[in-house]
Design a protein around this ligand. Structure first.
Ligand code: PDD
Length: 285
């Protein structure tokens, strides 16, 4: 596949980065994952806005204007062969002369983009739902920033992988935060619930789409703290992300969620999400 590194286009296998890059040494950088459908990038400006917010909170100078970002993201899609793609975009603080924790004065950010074929969950997987485990959320207190320091997320996702599960649902102090790499929604007596955005979770682009759809189309929803007990007693549990879209979780820690089958509200939201995608793509992304 074709990737972008610091202004140049090349084969991914040809790309080289210095071991002195602060992304390598410290995990000092920001990233985004953007889906493209039929060659059109979905919610591009929302992803770029979140990137800008992560960069400014890291004190990392944004190396490109909004317009330049749009161009480079659209170009990588155009240069790669698949109609549906998952674009990975990363900005690190750059290559420093010496390894010091505090931000070096004169560094140029490293900008890297790559693309993979996007495979969203199949109809069979959606019809069955997936299994998840749960864990205490032992990440840091700036989970609102999309940084490449993802070791805690990797450890937490590994817990799921070891049990043959898709996701790890995280609880902090008795409350739901999110998944290791997704937002988590619950359904109780016909009401959709999700925790409010805070420093304890990533402000998901898909989270926003789901809430917009629920509000526009009249699905009862509440943004409020969700207790661990409420998650365990939920009628439905969903994970949402740019690559998984809306995916029902039907087993948690080996026990069925609700009736152990995807619920009617997940099916409804899944349909709305697909319709919305089509509509946005018709308008040009
Ligand atoms: N992850 N929470 C976390 C911790 C995430 O890593 C993600 C996405 C989400 C969902 O965000 P969005 O709806 O904007 O994709 C929530 C991406 C896909 C990843 O790291 O691969």
């Amino acid at each position: 596949s074709v990737c972008y590194l610091n202004g140049d286009w090349m084969e991914l296998s040809e790309a080289r980065i210095s071991p002195m890059d602060r992304g390598f040494l410290f995990g000092d950088g920001a990233y985004e994952v953007l889906p493209a459908y039929s060659g059109k990038v979905f919610r591009l400006d929302e992803h770029l806005r979140r990137l800008e917010n992560t960069l400014s909170n890291l004190g990392l100078p944004n190396p490109m204007s909004r317009e330049a970002w749009r161009d480079v993201v659209r170009s990588i899609v155009a240069r790669n062969p698949w109609p549906d793609q998952s674009i990975y975009l990363q900005v690190t603080r750059g290559v420093a002369e010496v390894r010091t924790h505090a931000y070096p004065a004169e560094v140029t950010p490293t900008v890297f983009l790559m693309s993979e074929a996007l495979t969203t969950p199949s109809d069979e997987v959606r019809a069955e739902g997936v299994s998840a485990v749960s864990s205490a959320d032992f990440r840091w207190l700036r989970c609102d920033l999309k940084t490449v320091s993802l070791l805690a997320n990797c450890m937490l996702k590994q817990l799921a992988a070891e049990q043959g599960c898709m996701e790890t649902v995280l609880f902090r102090d008795g409350f739901l935060t999110e998944g290791a790499a997704s937002s988590i929604f619950v359904v109780h007596d016909g009401v959709l619930r999700v925790p409010p955005k805070s420093h304890l979770m990533l402000p998901g682009i898909t989270y926003d789409v789901v809430l917009e759809l629920a509000r526009d189309r009249g699905m009862p929803c509440q943004v409020r703290e969700v207790l661990e007990e409420e998650v365990r007693a939920a009628d439905e549990l969903w994970m949402t992300s740019s690559t998984k879209e809306v995916l029902p979780i039907t087993r948690l820690d080996g026990r069925p969620v609700g009736k152990g089958k995807p619920g009617p509200m997940a099916a409804q939201m899944g349909e709305w999400y697909q319709e919305f995608k089509q509509e946005v793509m018709r308008r040009g992304g």
